[in-house]
Ligand binder design. Structure first.
Ligand code: ADP
Length: 232
């Protein structure tokens, strides 16, 4: 049997502050090339789960295996190494450096990888071309539209060629038309082999994914394939 890319079993997260059980024993797995939307009301545990999946935090109890490796109990340095090589992050607010060109923003994740300047530039250029910004390499964020800035952020997430892309409300700051463009881009990247997990509170956005996991009060309320994803 092929090992799932992500396997989560009986995962708990209890925050000592206030003794809150943000996740209460959830289990699911994600195969390679999955495209999952994580939905649920505010406070249902979406951000907590994304933090755990992104190796930014560790579970209180339970198991999280990424490419077969148990990451739930790793020490912070080892966790950071996994995070840098296995996960590409995309955020609602783009999180680009302002006085830095699109190309330099995309080169950033490679600065600590011991790659030559020439290789960094080449790979950043390729990533920007993949997201349709090959003609905006030298632009600064304030010279780009919101949708273009999010494309730069997606290129930055792709540049280390991570197996998993985690996106936290990636269309939350974008108008409807631009949101559709960004979701189509995620669909294309997914069709090309990326596994994508995104958090959204918008049902319309969730329907671009091929599977929707719905959380409520720290539990999985439903986990279903999308019969006919939008735009696909
Ligand atoms: P969502 O992203 O779905 O809004 P969260 O994962 O942010 O949900 O929160 C789940 C629950 O955990 C909430 O009750 C929230 O108040 C609590 N929580 C989240 N982060 C912390 C924290 N750092 N310390 C204490 N409680 C937290």
């Amino acid at each position: 049997m092929v090992e799932p890319l992500i396997q989560v079993e009986a995962l708990w997260k209890v925050y000592p502050a206030g003794d809150v059980s943000a996740l209460r024993g959830i289990s699911f797995s994600v195969v390679q090339r999955g495209f999952i939307a994580l939905v649920g009301p505010s406070g249902s545990g979406k951000s907590t789960l994304m933090h755990l999946l992104g190796c930014l935090d560790q579970p209180t109890q339970g198991s999280y295996r990424l490419e077969g490796v148990e990451v739930g109990k790793l020490l912070p340095n080892a966790l950071a190494r996994i995070r840098n090589s296995k996960i590409g992050f995309v955020f609602q607010g783009f999180n680009l450096l302002a006085r830095t060109t699109a190309l330099e923003n995309v080169e950033l994740p490679m600065l600590y990888g011991g790659r030559s300047g020439r290789e960094r530039t080449q790979r950043a250029k390729e990533a920007l071309e993949r997201v349709g910004l090959g003609d905006r390499l030298k632009h600064y964020p304030n010279q780009l539209s919101g949708g273009q800035q999010q494309r730069v952020a997606i290129a930055r997430a792709l540049v280390m060629r991570p197996p998993v892309i985690l996106a936290d409300e990636p269309t939350g700051n974008l108008d409807t038309y631009t949101s559709v463009e960004i979701m189509s881009l995620f669909q294309t990247l997914n069709a090309e082999g990326s596994t994508v997990l995104l958090v959204t509170h918008e049902p319309d956005i969730a329907r671009y994914a091929s599977r929707i996991i719905s959380l409520r009060d720290g539990l999985i309320q439903s986990d279903q394939p999308v019969g006919d994803p939008k735009g696909a």
